[in-house]
Design a protein around this ligand. Structure first.
Ligand code: DGJ
Length: 741
């Protein structure tokens, strides 16, 4: 519900309230964000006008206690006495700052307008309401702030649109999608950090005076810092307490920060990174910011994740993939790398089909003359040395086995050794007459140029049609250096225009071929963000397929993203990233909690392993609907101890699955090991791997893990040694839903 009374805007639903008002000087002040408050009341006293220090500035002369330095704001601008980091910095050609954005009007609409050229959450009319507040600057600039509140979820999205209705050219130097001024700083900041093969580890620290910031200047959202952060009250845990979450629906350069000032208030901002960003607006032009997402939980971090999971599933990923079953795939990358031919692939696919695999994905190396990573990116024509009968024929052969067919592309890249670079040296990012830095032996295509996007669309659509393609893995293996396009007069626009080009290609392809399942990838998880998920409902989580490493990576990723987006595969041992030898059981038990598949050579499997894989696939088919529809709960964190546990449960169906992992054994372990489950019905009896338990006992006493080897119990121990893992299927007894095992 959105109510507007006496200059006060109150967005609320059953869970949350977001309240702001028009301040005495005409700007917007923030009043409250958190657990729902009664609507219809005046909350203007939540704004504190303080007896400020003698040197404080007073932009509004009628009230000497009014200073922008101390009030909580919605859309702070730089240059009028608020010395914290601002949401907006716009200047005219003479360098004068345009900063007096005052309330002009507002409207409320059902549903949510789309954002031109950008990925953004979508709704049905009844799912959400949107408040559009228009602010006006004396120079003629207008700013529309869009706030959408979702009816059944504790989520608010925000974005802004700047329109130049004045008579002079201006330049936007900074535009944050989100500003949230909080009255205190009693929070821990949680964010997801990492590196290639170590993505999204959980990092937490208490806020302190100054700016704590995560960001990317890599031209991609990055392996290093995910565009997500949470602020947790000091007493918040996984299951209790207040947590605020912020996501950015964007895949390029970003900043997300919490600034604690000298009055211990906190300003959260999130937006396109202002470094190397500037956008020229001629009279009549507009600029749309990407969307930021605000979530609130009073049930700890798990509560926040569960809301975000539901919201992403219902309002962000392509609608069709909410209900479409995700296929079990096999990818040939780690099995063959670049070394394959038609016969090898045919054999690979036949054996994979025998195991129960549903989708065969041909990874890098099928085009140009690509025998290693030094050539051919950009030359999206089949390599007839490897596939003499063409890619269409290969696809037809694969499909005739009853498999779906998928292909790898890296559309944004070009190899210095390629036909494309000979014809289009001008399509490369960076200046032609200067050194262009290589990354993985490749350069970046200038996606700010629509000719480049058109070329890729033509190439990719022709291959999609020739192969009747079911799946695309869209990779991106290096970051951008020398950000420069020969077509732009303002190079500050390059990074964002690059992203708009990427989104445009995604948009055109997903609209023309809505049945194709896209999986985004950037050297593993280097662009794992909501912007990508709008087009690609799953993402390759990490190039690190080691099961033990994956516990942390998938655990961390689950904080901000649903399991249906987390590509998780069983790979060969010794693992190609860590050389670790984990048993097939552990590898499967970890990979079940995501969109499942294999990265191994089926010809190298023993008969025993083949049988185990058949069982794994059979099991996963029971888990797959839970990945899309179930509620995921983290039970034990691998960041706290050498043990991990999590569960998925679908309340409607009354069934779920629990996973528990202990990769390293330590001698003489605890007696009475149990795992306390969550989210069950206390009054209901459940069958868990063939035994019956009450929901109350499973949650209060816990599920017995089985006797662990302690040196003396040789004959009775059920578990022991390294690499322990266990999966339990759980179903309500009355529904008779007996599961595998
Ligand atoms: C990086 C990806 O993450 C891998 O899975 C694989 O597709 C390679 N690129 C291929 O070059």
């Amino acid at each position: 519900m959105i109510s507007v009374e006496q200059n006060q805007f109150h967005l609320s639903n059953n869970d949350i309230s977001y309240i702001f008002h028009v301040m005495p000087n005409g700007q917007l002040g923030h009043l409250y964000y958190g657990k729902g408050l009664k609507s219809g009341r005046d909350y203007s006293h939540f704004q504190t006008y303080s007896n400020v220090a003698p040197n404080t500035t007073h932009p509004y002369e009628a009230r000497p206690d009014f200073s922008l330095e101390t009030v909580k704001q919605e859309f702070p601008s730089y240059g009028k006495g608020d010395f914290r980091e601002s949401s907006v910095l716009i200047e005219n050609e003479a360098g004068e700052i345009r900063s007096d954005f005052n309330y002009e009007s507002h409207i409320v609409v059902n549903g949510k307008p789309s954002l031109e050229g950008l990925p953004a959450s979508y709704t049905q009319e009844e799912d959400a309401e949107t408040l559009i507040v228009t602010l006006k600057e004396p120079s003629g600039l207008k700013l529309e702030l869009l706030y959408t509140i979702f009816t059944n979820l504790p989520v608010i999205t925000r974005s802004c649109l700047v329109k130049n209705e004045g008579g002079e050219r201006v330049t936007i130097q900074r535009l944050m999608s989100l500003n949230l001024d909080l009255p205190d700083s009693d929070y821990d900041m949680l964010h997801l950090t990492g590196a290639w093969a170590r993505e999204r580890h959980v990092t937490e620290k208490s806020l302190s005076e100054g700016i704590q910031r995560i960001s990317s200047l890599r031209g991609a959202s990055s392996h290093q810092h995910n565009p997500f952060m949470a602020l947790k009250r000091f007493d918040a845990t996984e299951h209790n307490g207040e947590v605020l979450g912020m996501h950015f629906v964007y895949s390029g350069n970003f900043v997300a920060q919490a600034e604690v000032d000298h009055y211990s208030t906190t300003r959260v901002s999130m937006g396109i990174h202002p470094t190397r960003f500037s956008w020229s607006l001629q009279p009549g032009d507009g600029f749309q910011s990407p969307e930021a997402v605000l979530t609130f939980s009073s049930h700890g971090l798990n509560g926040l994740s569960q809301s975000v999971h539901q919201w992403t599933h219902r309002h962000m990923i392509p609608e069709r993939f909410r209900t479409a079953e995700r296929p079990v795939l096999i990818n040939n990358w780690e099995a063959t790398y670049f070394d394959f031919d038609e016969k090898k692939l045919d054999d690979f696919a036949t054996k994979a089909k025998d195991l129960g695999v549903e989708l065969f994905v041909l990874d890098d190396g099928w085009f140009g003359k690509r025998d290693d990573d030094t050539t051919s990116l950009g030359d999206w024509f089949v390599d007839q040395r490897k596939l003499p009968n063409g890619i269409g024929q290969l696809a037809a052969n694969i499909k005739s086995k009853g498999l779906q067919f998928g292909l790898w592309f890296e559309p944004e890249m070009i190899s210095p050794v390629s036909d494309l670079i000979k014809t289009h040296p001008d399509w490369v990012v960076g200046m032609n007459n200067r050194h262009q830095t290589l990354g993985r032996n490749q350069k970046v295509l200038d996606f700010s140029n629509s000719d480049v996007v058109d070329y890729l669309y033509e190439r990719m659509s022709s291959i999609i049609e020739e192969t009747r393609l079911d799946y695309i893995k869209w990779d991106m293996n290096r970051n951008i250096t020398e950000p420069f396009s020969i077509n732009l007069s303002n190079q500050g626009e390059f990074y964002h225009r690059y992203m708009l080009g990427v989104y445009q290609l995604y948009d055109r392809l997903t609209k023309a071929y809505p049945h194709v399942l896209f999986e985004s990838c950037a050297g593993g998880g280097g662009r794992f963000d909501l912007g990508m998920m709008y087009y690609a409902p799953q993402a390759w989580t990490s190039d690190d397929t080691d099961a033990v490493e994956r516990l942390k990576i998938q655990y961390g990723t689950s904080i901000a993203y649903p399991l249906s987006t987390i590509g998780s595969h069983v790979s060969a041992v010794p693992n190609h990233q860590t050389k670790r030898e984990s048993p097939l059981s552990l590898r499967g038990d970890v990979a079940y909690f995501g969109t499942f598949g294999y990265e191994l050579d089926p010809s190298s499997l023993t008969d025993e392993e083949k049988e185990e894989i058949k069982q794994q696939i059979h099991r996963y088919k029971q888990i797959e609907p839970l990945i899309r529809k179930g509620t995921f709960t983290r039970l034990i964190s691998p960041f706290d101890q050498d043990e991990t546990a999590w569960m998925l449960f679908d309340q409607e169906e009354g069934r779920g699955v629990v996973g528990w992992y202990k990769p390293i054994y330590s001698p003489n372990p605890k007696n009475n090991q149990v795992l306390k489950l969550k989210g069950l019905d206390r009054s209901v009896d459940y069958e868990v791997n063939g035994k019956q338990f009450g929901g109350d006992e499973l949650m209060s006493n816990g599920l017995p893990l089985g006797v662990e080897f302690n040196g003396a119990n040789h004959s009775t121990s059920e578990r022991g040694g390294d690499n322990q893992s266990k999966i339990w299927f759980i179903s309500e007894v009355d529904r008779g839903g007996v599961c595998d095992d």
